[in-house]
Design a protein around this ligand. Structure first.
Ligand code: NAD
Length: 489
């Protein structure tokens, strides 16, 4: 890859400062790309380009059906290049190629969904209480959208933002994580190939404080959509208040996975493994908190520990690999520190807790899948997002206690309930304070269903119809069909 990767006003540019950043493969620390490192000036140029394009009106006045066709065309190009995109995602993040391919297929689906939805909301005529009048409610694009994404699902998170923003007629500046920008660069090229007009999509790369922060602060930006950690989310929200821009925040999670003693034991064990160890636990919706009912607790722990011993770590390109490395040396240190914290807090380390010794794993940022038992809600490892392969297990006795423990968290992203008794599942589901509840499953999400969090897990929703509505303003248009003087003054 060469270093002209920022896309501003229809042109591919190097950073104004000439600076670049080295992107490495977390599996072996090999250099995979040298990319432009943008700063405040580059971001400002991108904002101005998006503002000009929005105000010019070409894209927002393009009929919705035509905007939808453009979004569908992008889906086709992603489908065409999915092998290359999945390879890039695995190189950049270390996740398995199978996971990357599943992500890319989901991404194409997200573009297809919003392409299809673009022309479905024609507004509504409402009954006006005033004689000789007509009243209608229409949805219009919000304007210039700043979009900031994290490193764990780089292109997936970008797709959740770009596809609805384009379908609704907005212009945008996308700012991917500086650690994993490669697939977002590639898809920006595909959007250019599809024929998206200059200035409608702009791509800025670089350190968050010098780029994302500028997007959040700018008075020329109308909406900021951010996915990332809560500390950064707080900065974004504060900066966005400068001009009261619309905000959508998708933040972290510490998601409870509740297993009742009548659950199908084998399935619940299998899915509890997947819930936490998928993508090495670097998933906002990871099932990092397992709550198991007393009667089956010990057998459940034994089964999990046995299964965890078998997990195959390795290169994402090996068919036998089940989990790749963590994203960076810095992130692995953070995860390791949580193991020390857990031990000091009195949790029992049942397995893992260190770097693996296996051959071929020494150059990568690998960490052993780890299980702590004897955990409780006063512990930091139960309350904080470790964002690594660390499972904490708590024991509960009653349904009421399970609900109370599950809700004892500042987060409210997602959770799961395992039981054969559907009434119990529904009762518990209605008490859980979180944006997604899975019953007898873990992790499903799809373009048609909204995604987002209660409490400190965020504001707003992505995906589904609500994900498109986030990118619209609502306008009431009232028409007096028989205007007369009022003679009031
Ligand atoms: P992060 O908060 O460190 O960074 C996210 C993005 O914000 C990056 O692009 C970064 O460059 C940018 N950024 C950094 N400082 C900024 C600033 N001052 N102003 C504006 N932007 C700034 O998060 P991360 O480590 O990349 O991602 C992991 C986090 O993302 C986890 O907490 C995870 O739960 C969360 N996440 C949430 C969801 C969800 O759907 N709720 C999905 C994926 C990831």
């Amino acid at each position: 890859m060469n270093e002209k990767q920022m896309y501003i006003n229809g042109h591919w540019l190097s950073a104004e400062s000439g600076q670049t950043r080295t992107i490495i493969n977390p599996f072996n620390q090999e250099v995979i790309a040298e990319v432009a490192e943008g700063n405040e000036k580059d971001t400002q140029s991108a904002i101005e380009a998006a503002r000009k394009a929005f105000d010019k009106g070409e894209w927002r006045h393009t009929p919705a059906v035509e905007r939808g066709k453009m979004v569908l065309k992008i889906a086709e190009l992603i489908e065409r290049d999915k092998q290359e995109l999945a390879e890039l995602e695995t190189l950049d993040t270390g996740k398995t190629f199978t996971e990357s391919m599943a992500d890319i297929e989901d991404i194409a689906e997200v573009f297809r969904y919003y392409g299809g939805l673009a022309d479905k909301d024609g507004g509504e005529v409402i009954e006006s209480p005033i004689p000789d009048s007509r009243s209608k409610v229409v949805r219009e694009p919000v304007g210039v959208c700043g979009q900031i994404t994290p490193w764990n699902y780089p292109l997936l998170q970008a797709a959740w933002k770009i596809a609805p923003a384009l379908a609704a007629g907005n212009t945008l500046i996308i700012k991917p994580s500086e650690i994993t920008p490669l697939t977002t660069i590639k898809v920006t090229k595909l959007m250019e190939e599809a024929g998206v007009p200059a200035g409608v999509v702009n791509l800025v790369l670089g350190n968050g404080a010098k780029t994302g922060q500028v997007l959040a602060e700018s008075h020329l930006v109308d909406l900021i959509s951010f996915t990332g950690g809560i500390e950064t989310g707080r900065k974004v929200m504060t900066a966005a208040s400068a001009n009261f821009k619309k905000i959508a925040l998708e933040l972290g999670g510490k998601n409870p996975n509740i297993v009742f003693d009548d659950a199908d034991f084998e399935t619940a064990v299998d899915q509890a493994m997947n819930a936490i160890f998928f993508h090495a636990g670097q998933v906002c919706s990871a099932g990092a908190r397992l709550l198991v009912q007393k009667n089956i607790h010990d057998d459940f722990v034994t089964a999990l520990v046995e299964r965890t011993k078998q997990i195959k770590l390795g290169s994402g390109f090996e068919d036998t690999t089940q989990s790749g490395p963590l994203i960076s040396a810095e992130h692995r240190e953070k995860v390791e520190n949580y193991v020390r914290i857990g031990i000091n807090e009195g949790a029992e380390l049942a397995i893992g807790g260190k770097r693996p010794e296996g051959e071929g794993l020494q150059q990568g940022f690998f960490f052993e899948p780890t299980i702590f038992t004897n955990c409780n809600t006063s512990m930091r490892i139960v309350q904080e997002e470790t964002f690594g392969p660390i499972l904490t297990i708590e024991r509960f006795e009653t349904e009421k206690q399970a609900i109370q423990l599950a809700n004892d968290s500042k987060y409210g992203l997602a959770g799961a309930i395992w039981t054969k008794e559907i009434r119990k599942a529904e009762r518990v589901s209605s008490e859980l304070r979180m944006g997604t509840v899975w019953i007898n499953d873990f992790h499903p999400y799809f373009a048609q269903a909204p995604w987002g969090g209660y409490k400190s897990s965020g504001i707003g929703r992505e995906l589904g119809k609500l994900g498109l509505e986030e990118y619209t303003e609502v306008k009431h248009v009232f028409e007096n069909t028989n205007p007369k003087p009022l003679h009031w003054f």
